[in-house]
Structure formats: C-alpha cells, structure tokens
Design a protein around this ligand. Structure first.
Ligand code: 13P
Ligand code: SF4
Length: 303
C-alpha cells in the first residue's frame, strides 16, 4: 500500500471507530500528516482528556499514552507499538524512587512527566518541560524538593527558580548526544540564526542557547518571532513541523544525529493495524492510576 492509500484507510477507520490520532512533535513526517492534534507532552495529555472521542491512538512513546490513560480511564487508549518506550522514563523504576524518598523524608517529590505511571504514583506533583519552573515555584519556600528523573531539566529549573532541588541521576540519552561543539558549529554555519534548545539538553549546551523551550514553546516562538532563521537543538524531526508551519523561515537541526529511535517505531502501517485490531491497549491498574492522577492533576491546576 502507498502512503496515500494507508492514510485514506486510516481516515476511514478513524471515523468508524470514533477515534482521534494524537501525535508528538518528534514523530516522523508521514505520521505528523495524519495528526488530529500535534503537540508536546502536556498539550497531548490535555487533548486526550478533553477529546469527546471514545478511542485515542497515541503516536508517541509509552509514558505519553499512559498519561492519557491516567487522565481518561473511560477511553480506549491505543499505542501502535508498545515497545516505543522512553529510556529516561525507564531509568526511574518506582522502587528506586521509593528508596530515594526514604533518604529524604518530608521532601516534596516532583516527577517529570517522562516517567512511568508507577513512578508518578510515588510523586506529589508532575511537571513537563513547559511548566517545570512554575510547578517548582508553587511549592512553599523552605520545603526540600526531589526532582526525578531528569537531572538536566532539574538543573535548568533550579537556575530558573533559584530553588535547590535534590536531583535524581536520570537523563535523556538522545539529547545528551547533542554537545556544545555542535551548537558552536551550527552558529558558525548560520550566524543569523536564533538558537533554541530543549531543557533536556546538558547544561553546557543550554549555556550556549538563546532560548530554552519545550517543543510547543519552540512552535510558538518560531510562529511569533520576527527572526527568519533558527537552529533547533532537540530531536531532528522537530524541524518537520516547524518548517510546515512557517514556510518562509529556515530551520536547521543543531545536529541531524539527534534522533529518538523510540519515537520512530511508529509508522503508518502500525497506526492502521492499531485501528484495525484495536491494539495495543494501554491501561493502568486503578490503585496506581488514582495516585498518579493526583500528581498529574496537581500539575494541571498550576499551569
Ligand atoms: P516535550 O514535552 O517538550 O514535548 O518533550 C517531550 C520529550 O520527550 C522530549 O524529549
Ligand atoms: Fe525519551 Fe529522550 Fe526520546 Fe524524549 S527524546 S522520548 S526523553 S528518549
């Protein structure tokens, strides 16, 4: 089947199944094309909860679909490839977070949304890259704060808020591939470009950036800025949606090597099979879901 035929069949089945397709900004270009809604982790989970559709096909990684299942227990949440995990989320088994908490009794626990439902159930609050400083600022002064699993996002949030955080030693291996030398090279090659990077990058990369933004923050800045040229320091396919939305502007990946292999596990065929066979269903045990929901709702009420 050609991509056109696959897309036609997906559209048909979507209507029959009362389904919507939510797509993360890092998905491959052909998957971005079938999105009813394209966005960052926070916007996608909100959209999943707000949507009137009974089935949601989540084209992203597992924790994102799980977050949708936490927020929308009455809906069928499908992930086209259940092996599309997030190595950073996998760095934080719930048992490790429990052990970390025991070393810091009384600390408020903030879990980055890139974590399993079981880890979120151990947290007081969730955050995303779009709202980490706001979430931290909502915690009363003087409280100890554990931030997990992303030590780089945590380091950046610490600098933004002036608060001290106890950092769990996780990180995103994809963003860690981007080094300072790549940013300096990209600047030399495109001296008029504005450099925007994701806060999952290392502190050395963040120090070289003009703007530090979540993926939806990048979309907004590219749309609203008078600048015509941008260096994009995050997953390379982020440039796909930026280019489509801003045909008159130029976007250069800071490094074409920064590819998240898990985000690329979803393709049009798998989306079609997912709709045809109603698979792979993502569910969260109710006891964990209710605890994780508290942390996710606490975040949503702040931002
Ligand atoms: P955003 O929330 O900025 O979309 O980031 C999600 C992610 O996994 C980044 O690696
Ligand atoms: Fe996880 Fe990093 Fe991939 Fe985002 S880019 S999904 S944090 S591995």
């Amino acid at each position: 089947m050609s991509d056109r035929d696959l897309i036609g069949r997906i559209e048909e089945l979507k209507r029959e199944r009362d389904a919507v397709i939510l797509v993360h900004n890092y998905q491959a270009a052909e998957v971005q094309e079938i999105a009813d809604f394209l966005g960052d982790s926070l916007a996608l989970s909100r959209q999943a909860a707000a949507s009137g559709a009974s089935t949601i096909v989540f084209c992203g990684v597992y924790f994102m679909a799980e977050t949708a299942a936490i927020l929308s227990p009455g809906k069928t949440i499908l992930i086209p490839d259940p092996d599309a995990g997030c190595p950073m989320a996998n760095m934080l088994p719930a048992g490790e977070l429990r052990a970390f908490k025991e070393k810091h009794p009384g600390a408020v626990v903030v879990a980055y949304v890139n974590s399993s439902a079981a880890a979120k159930a151990e947290a007081d609050l969730c955050c995303t890259s779009a709202n980490a400083p706001a979430v931290i600022n909502s915690i009363p002064e003087g409280k100890e704060i554990i931030f997990a699993p992303d030590k780089f996002l945590g380091d950046w949030a610490m600098k933004q808020t002036g608060r001290r955080l106890i950092l769990y030693p996780g990180y995103c291996p994809v963003h860690r591939m981007l080094d300072r030398a790549a940013i300096l090279r990209a600047r030399r090659a495109h001296p008029d470009a504005l450099v925007m990077v994701h806060p999952e990058c290392t502190p050395e990369v963040i120090a070289e950036a003009d703007e530090v933004l979540s993926t939806s923050g990048m979309v907004r800045l590219a749309r609203e800025s008078d600048r015509r040229e941008f260096i994009v320091g995050t997953e390379a396919d982020m440039t796909v949606c930026l280019r489509r939305e801003n045909p008159g502007k130029k976007f250069h990946p800071a490094s074409p090597r920064v590819i998240c292999p898990n985000m690329k596990k979803t393709g049009l065929e798998k989306v079609l099979w997912s709709l045809e066979e109603n698979r792979h269903r993502v569910t969260v045990p109710e006891e964990i879901r209710l605890k994780a929901l508290k942390a996710v709702e606490a975040m949503v009420s702040i931002s």
